[in-house]
Write a protein that binds this ligand. Structure first.
Ligand code: NAG
Ligand code: NAG
Ligand code: NAG
Ligand code: NAG
Length: 348
């Protein structure tokens, strides 16, 4: 893969949840904003996969993706904004290609996993995202000087969503579930240590969402050799448990390490189990796709299957396409996360 052909989305960012607050404080660069660096998969990808040599399976830059909010496709895997948009307000001003990284950058790539082998060659894997971050860090040091760059990086917030894709493919041969999840968590841990060495202290993690409840898993996909619903759930549970153990340990080991956890699994399950409580009507079928439950990943008709259906009222749906939630779910999750304790990370 030509790793530097894509462009990194730059975030102009004011600390605050987009729906409830505005920018405040203008006394110099360090006080004016907290930089936001984002890593991971489609939960946060604002369109980075538009710039890599991949297949349409890993892209979403056609309508009706983006239609509800942006009115045009951005590459985001939803009908509108993502959690990272609600947290960082980056939808207002994000543009690829800008060279000012003092507000942060978004490296996330749909389909990416913690393991290099996950959809290798089609996504920007976490290792490549890490080297992209190092390039950005180097540029910041050149621009601001060592001390100021380190200060910026230590006040910055780092969000990551990783793991779902690692558990959507067949496990490496002769590898136990424990060993495999250990690799995923091990690679995530080494990312944390890496960022911490550059000054990073404030992290926002996400649990892996309930993959077995996605429309895609409700359908027998031709040629699918990945884990069954039960296996995926076992892997996720193991992942989410190991992750909290590791974070508890790192809190003791790494100086100044603070984190907030997006309980995506719980939030999504709550909505699936009690839709009317949260204003949803359809929790099984996707809004956009084909086949039973619209579980075939054909939203927009560009991924080989040209026919697809689109629901009339996306606000009633939990899932937009066969894998990804709707903007409404993301908006609710962002609000909950922010008020749970994410906000504290942004207090300088
Ligand atoms: C893109 O990837 C395909 C398949 O791996 C390859 O055949 C093609 O040469 C690549 N194109 C470029 C421009 O790198
Ligand atoms: C998997 O394990 C079996 C039994 O231990 C062994 O015979 C086989 O060669 C292994 N396969 C691979 C690909 O390592
Ligand atoms: C990272 O993942 C690779 C497989 O891609 C694995 O071999 C390696 O042990 C993992 N690293 C850690 C620190 O767990
Ligand atoms: C869409 O669904 C929501 C929630 O059920 C409802 O409030 C709204 O009126 C519906 N909109 C249309 C255009 O039917």
């Amino acid at each position: 893969m030509a790793s530097f052909r894509f462009q990194i989305y730059i975030l102009a960012f004011c600390a605050g949840l987009v729906i409830q607050s505005s920018c405040h404080g203008h006394s110099g660069l360090q006080k004016k904003h907290v930089a936001l660096f984002i890593f991971g998969d489609s939960l946060y990808d604002p369109g980075n996969n538009n710039y890599i040599n991949t297949t349409k399976d890993f892209q979403a830059n056609w309508l009706p993706y983006g239609e509800t909010f942006f009115r045009y496709p951005t590459g985001r895997f939803s009908n509108g904004r993502l959690i990272s948009d609600f947290i960082g307000k980056n939808h207002l001003v994000s543009q690829p290609g800008l060279k000012d990284y003092t507000y942060g950058a978004n490296f996330a790539s749909g389909g990416a996993g913690a393991l290099v082998e996950t959809f290798q060659g089609f996504v920007i894997d976490l290792k490549t995202q890490r080297s992209q971050f190092k390039k950005v860090e180097k540029q910041l040091r050149q621009k601001l000087g060592e001390a100021e760059a380190y200060t910026l990086l230590s006040k910055a917030v780092y969000l990551i969503s990783i793991g779902s894709n690692d558990y959507s493919i067949p496990l490496a041969t002769n590898t136990s579930q424990e060993e495999y999840v250990g690799w995923v968590i091990g690679n995530l841990t080494s990312w944390i240590e890496d960022v911490n060495k550059k000054g990073g202290r404030k992290f926002g993690f996400s649990s892996v969402g309930p993959i077995a409840s996605t429309p895609s898993m409700r359908v027998i996909q031709p040629g699918n050799t990945g884990p069954s619903g039960e296996e995926v759930t076992a892997l996720e549970n193991l992942h989410n448990r190991l992750l909290s153990e590791v974070l508890t340990k790192l809190k003791i080991e790494l100086q100044g390490f603070k984190y907030s956890m997006l309980n995506l699994y719980t939030y999504a399950k709550e909505r699936i189990n009690h839709p009317s409580k949260y204003g949803f009507k359809e929790v099984k079928a996707a809004c956009c796709g084909s086949g039973p439950y619209r579980g075939i990943n054909s939203c927009g008709g560009k991924r080989g299957v040209t026919e697809y259906e689109l629901c009339n009222n996306v606000t009633e749906y939990v899932f937009f396409d066969s894998f990804h939630p709707t903007e409404r779910v993301y908006e609710q999750a962002s609000k909950l996360w922010w008020s749970h304790n994410l906000e504290e990370l942004f207090e300088i």
